[in-house]
Design a protein around this ligand. Structure first.
Ligand code: SF4
Ligand code: SF4
Length: 706
């Protein structure tokens, strides 16, 4: 235990707190693949290590989740404590390794930090890692607050080593991104590895006979863990039950509100929903007290170890209850487990929740929603002793929030905030890439018609992938037709080329995704000679998740430089014979390269390379020459850069009543794509401005003078 002088209280984000907890647990190796809402954990470990606050730890972004978990398993076989990080869908990529690893077992503590995304806010699916844990037969912790997550991370390492099992810690977005004050060690040192290191044994080799034995061992240890989660204080602290309501004051969250009457109503919640439910219960009790009413006595349980489910503790909780309402995000995991316990013990209790339609079946929960549902639950129980109505609860919540954050906070977001669909950033190099490919298809179509007026028009299908460039689907670019999962664009394009060979199948893939999951698809295209064009949008970073490095950047999370892997060399080594390269900001060059790659029969590649604007210095903004602008709007309808706006009432010598375009110089990065798109040379680049002096009457907006 560290003394006070070795600790400090800091305001930290949930993911930073998880990082501190792992470091305090002596973690030796941390690896993962970026994905919202999980990414900040590895970045925090790397930062603390670089600052000299975390000694002896190795940290890296691996090429993908499978690579990360396999690397970590090797270190864990030697006795190292290891931490894996990813978002929920990343676990799908690592699933092959995880399911076998659980049978093989581990020596050093092996914790998988898998962040779920209810909503979803930045994911393709709302899959529930608690379900995945049960499928993989791996125990899972589900923190209700960042502070509890801090304790759970340490407990997870202990549990992993006690049973030789991987353990999952599964926070959701609001736990990952909430901030709180917490005491953390100022300096940590990775735990020394056991002197014997890796011990050769047949246990590390997953033969079928050993798998059969191991399956039995996994089942036995899960049954034991379910009891441990019900009975050992080190773990029952995560599955706390309290009582409230009746003659008491606010009882949620402590025991002073224990009722004198035996409760017949129960509330069970998991993850952040448990915190919301506690807040909701306090709101209800405060409202009832103000009105001189009583809330019916109730029993409340937060379940922090959903798998293996603490059935004994749940059985004790259910005794004497006749109605239980369950709040959890994503799947009905707790609801189903409680039903199993009630059925096995033949308890006369009704379990309600998602399956009964009394809780949200998807997306995130909120305190307001839970308070309203609980009010209805209590009203339904005893209308005479508690007439806390939906309106009363909402009125109280409204009053409370109005006092603290103002009335606007209560207006639903859809009414309060203008809808702003996500778009590629102003100056994003992907805009030029998409535009060039579509221009090239148009030119190839024209050429084909010229050669043979009866030839069918060239059509194309655009297979997208996971990253910022999925936003290329939006108007006016409309350059993404599909998006499935990491790396799928390249392989999906091959399916399109088989099913609809008259269309040219074009796959867009980012540089990080190329290394993570794209290379096997390229090998398949070459091996089977599929007629596709792979467009690599190389912006030299993993932009979508916060500009993390990858094998093509030549930078590691340990602060060392490595030789960057060149994507064109990989493509060449995999057998792609037609590889074009171009700068997506140079429109003529980009279109010409696309024409050659798309016209090639067989697998071809086109690499558009220009750095993400988040990692490059912007150039001075372009300007619109109001004397030349005709108000044709081509700059808006062709490329859709958010820095370009339009004033319909403005007049110029050539625009008549059509209005004038303008450039917001606070957004413009001076990429000059629009300069090349305007057919009337009305957009002037910073270089032209510097060379020619004044460009006439400029039409710009924004405050910055550059
Ligand atoms: S130069 Fe044009 S396309 Fe580039 S960021 Fe500025 S307004 Fe947008
Ligand atoms: S700047 Fe050029 S493209 Fe845009 S409206 Fe004016 S003339 Fe048309």
């Amino acid at each position: 235990m560290l003394n006070d002088t070795e600790r400090e209280t800091r305001l930290l984000m949930g993911n930073e707190i998880f990082a501190h907890a792992a470091l305090e647990a002596g973690v030796n190796v941390v690896a993962g693949y970026p994905g919202t809402p999980s990414s900040e954990l590895i970045e925090t470990v790397a930062r603390l290590r670089a600052q000299g606050c975390a000694e002896g730890v190795h940290v890296e972004w691996s090429t993908n989740e499978k690579a990360a978990l396999e690397l970590l398993s090797g270190a864990a076989y030697c006795g190292a404590r290891v931490l894996f990080t990813c978002k929920q869908m990343g676990l799908n990529v690592a699933a092959d390794a995880l399911l076998s690893l659980n049978y093989v077992g581990v020596k050093g503590g092996t914790v998988l930090f898998v962040a779920d995304d209810p909503g979803p806010i930045s994911s393709q699916t709302e899959q529930d890692t608690r379900r995945f844990a049960a499928f993989a037969k791996v125990p899972v912790f589900d923190p209700t607050t960042p502070d509890e997550g801090f304790a759970m991370m340490k407990a997870a390492f202990e549990l992993s080593e006690r049973y030789g099992t991987p353990v999952i810690v599964r926070p959701t977005t609001r736990i990952c991104h909430a901030s709180t004050f917490i005491s953390v060690a100022k300096h940590t040192v990775a735990r020394p590895l056991p002197p014997e290191g890796f011990e050769r044994s047949s246990r590390w080799i997953i033969f079928p006979k050993r798998s059969f034995e191991a399956h039995g061992e996994v089942n036995a240890r899960l049954a034991e863990m379910a009891e441990v989660f019900s009975k050992e204080p080190a773990y029952t602290c995560f599955n706390k039950a309290i009582e409230g309501g009746g003659e008491s004051a606010c009882g949620a969250g402590d025991t002073h509100g224990a009722s004198v009457e035996a409760p017949t109503l129960g509330i069970v919640a998991g993850g952040v929903s448990a915190s919301y439910a506690k807040e909701a219960l306090c709101l209800i009790e405060e409202t009832a007290a103000r009105e001189g009413m009583n809330v019916p006595p109730y029993r409340f349980m937060a379940v922090g170890t959903p798998y293996p489910f603490p059935a004994s503790a749940a059985g004790e909780f259910l005794a004497g209850l006749h109605d239980v309402l369950v709040f959890e995000e994503l799947d009905s995991v707790l609801e189903e487990e409680l039903m199993k316990v009630a059925g096995a013990k033949k308890l006369p209790v009704t379990i309600r929740g998602k399956l009964s339609g009394e809780a949200r079946d998807r997306g995130e929960n909120t305190t307001t929603d839970i308070a309203l549902r609980l009010a209805a639950f209590f009203d339904g129980e005893s209308g005479e002793t508690c007439d806390v109505t939906r309106d009363a609860i909402h009125g109280t919540l409204t009053a409370l929030l109005q006092q603290t954050v103002g009335a606007d906070a209560l207006i639903p977001a859809a009414e309060n905030v203008p809808i702003r669909p996500p778009v590629l950033c102003a100056g994003c190099p992907h805009r030029g890439s998409f535009y060039a490919v579509k221009q090239a298809i148009g030119l190839l179509r024209k050429k084909a018609r010229k050669d043979n007026p009866n030839a069918p028009a060239l059509e194309a299908v655009f297979c997208g992938d996971i990253g910022c460039y999925t936003l290329g689907n939006a108007a006016p670019l409309e350059a993404i037709d599909t998006c499935l999962c990491m790396g799928a664009g390249i392989t999906q394009a091959q399916g399109f080329s088989l099913a609809e060979p008259r269309k040219k199948a074009i796959a867009f893939v980012g540089d990080s995704t190329f290394f993570a999951s794209g290379m096997t698809g390229v090998a398949n295209a070459v091996y089977n000679n599929h007629d596709i064009t792979i467009v690599v949008l190389d912006n030299s970073t993993t932009a979508m998740t916060g500009t993390q490095p990858h094998p093509g950047t030549g930078v590691t999370m340990m602060g060392t430089r490595s030789e960057p892997i060149e994507i064109d060399e990989v493509l060449e080594a995999l057998g792609v014979t037609c590889i074009m390269r171009a700068n997506p900001y140079e429109l003529d060059e980009a279109v010409e390269a696309a024409e050659i790659a798309i016209a090639f029969e067989g697998p071809s590649a086109l690499i558009y390379k220009a750095p993400c604007i988040q990692i490059s210095k912007p150039a001075p903004p372009a300007e619109i020459d109001a004397d030349c602008c005709t108000g044709c709007r081509r700059c808006i309808t062709e490329i859709g850069c958010p820095a370009i706006g339009f004033r319909p009432d403005a007049k110029g010598p050539k625009s008549a009543d059509r209005g004038l375009a303008f450039i917001d110089d606070t957004l413009c990065t001076g990429c000059d794509l629009c300069v090349q798109v305007c057919p009337f040379k009305a957009i002037v680049s910073h270089e032209q401005l510097a060379g020619n002096g004044s460009s006439g009457t400029s039409s710009s907006e924004g405050g910055a003078n550059r």
